[in-house]
Design a protein. Structure first.
Length: 373
């Protein structure tokens, strides 16, 4: 069921039969897919007026935990809690491939690096690369972390894949050389998500302490800046880029906030799924108009972020952030004059490491594999 809402920001709400753990937008068309806890994947088409269901696949007996479009949007990969991939064709609706035992533990994140290469990360901290030209074939396996791989991102130009982890590290992989090349110092909190900003010069990570950690490209050892969010945000769980210096971040209080980086400030609230309803996934449509969010409240919502940004385009910059003498000097406060709110409830439970950091595994495949990709 789809309905139109009005409120903090114009949005469309898709009411689901159960919560969505996977969410991704088509790279060129007005489509998005949601992977549900009941193991199904639903494909939706949207326009300015409504959202319609295009197709539903019943793919897994257990939850679909992560999904992504691959091959320029021609196919969808769904990863299940049973450690299996299923690949479906978007146009014909046919099941193309089933691959079992893709990881030793359930997959937490998927990312399509390009048409032929996909990355996956699991609950135990292992990252794999996959050849997607035919049946998915693993070509790299690195177990660099001892907690879940919470997010995977790439700039698509410098052969670099970034992975955030619940163990508090940011890992840097060269996906053509198929190996881990750098890893940050361990932070005292989870790193939940990552986004690349400032024309590829900055990487912004959302953390389990409700702050944004900002890294300068190629200086991966320690963050260069730290931006504290609003007092009501105890964890930044997801983020998407909505401009070269702007992010939409999902906080554990169920609220979506638009944040500007350098200068660090919150531009405003895009919308909310409701107090105590954590947002599991964020994605952005191919044209950048809508941010799409999935929450444990069993809805998927489309937020018109361009309409929101147009309302703040003329906002003056004369409202400076208040200093907090009790905090470290290198911290900046993103909450631009925001009022204090009650602490959020219903904080998302995190996967914790049940074993020491595993040994790294040598990459699989031949040295020349990526030469023609």
């Amino acid at each position: 069921m789809v309905k139109w809402d009005s409120g903090m920001s114009t949005n469309k709400t898709v009411e689901l039969d159960c919560a969505a753990f996977g969410l991704h937008c088509h790279p060129t068309e007005p489509l998005f897919a949601a992977g549900l806890i009941d193991g199904s994947v639903q494909l939706y088409r949207y326009n300015e007026e409504t959202v319609t269901t295009e197709h539903t696949w019943t793919l897994h007996k257990k939850a679909s935990r992560a999904i992504t479009f691959i091959q320029d949007g021609n196919a969808i990969v769904s990863a299940s809690a049973a450690c299996a991939f299923r690949v479906v064709d978007v146009e014909s609706r046919q099941l193309l491939h089933t691959v079992k035992k893709v990881h030793g533990s359930p997959v937490y994140s998927l990312f399509a690096i390009n048409r032929n290469v996909m990355a996956s990360g699991d609950d135990d901290g292992t990252v794999k690369l996959w050849d997607m030209r035919q049946r998915p074939v693993p070509v790299m396996e690195e177990s660099a972390c001892c907690d879940r791989i919470s997010d995977l991102v790439s700039d698509g130009q410098r052969n670099v894949l970034l992975a955030t982890s619940g163990d508090g590290t940011l890992s840097v992989f060269n996906f053509r050389k198929r190996k881990l090349v750098k890893q940050s110092d361990t932070n005292d909190c989870d790193l939940n998500c990552a986004s690349i900003l400032k024309n590829g010069k900055k990487v912004v990570c959302g953390t389990g302490e409700g702050a944004l950690h900002i890294y300068s490209w190629s200086e991966w050892g320690d963050m260069s800046d730290r931006c504290r969010m609003h007092s009501g945000c105890e964890s930044v769980d997801a983020s998407v880029v909505v401009g070269d210096s702007r992010l939409c971040v999902a906080c554990d209080d169920g609220t979506l906030r638009i944040v500007e980086v350098h200068p660090n400030r919150v531009l405003g609230t895009l919308g909310s799924h409701g107090a105590g309803e954590p947002i599991e996934r964020l994605t952005v449509t191919h044209d950048g108009r809508y941010v799409v969010s999935a929450s444990l409240d069993e809805t998927v919502r489309l937020w018109d972020v361009q309409e929101f940004l147009s309302t703040v385009a003329d906002r003056s910059d004369d409202s400076d952030d208040d200093d907090d003498d009790d905090d470290d000097d290198d911290d900046s406060d993103c909450a631009e004059g925001a009022k204090k709110k009650d602490a959020a409830v219903g904080k998302r439970k995190r996967v914790t490491a049940k074993h020491p950091a595993p040994k790294r595994k040598k990459p699989a495949g031949k040295d020349g594999f990526f030469a023609d990709l």
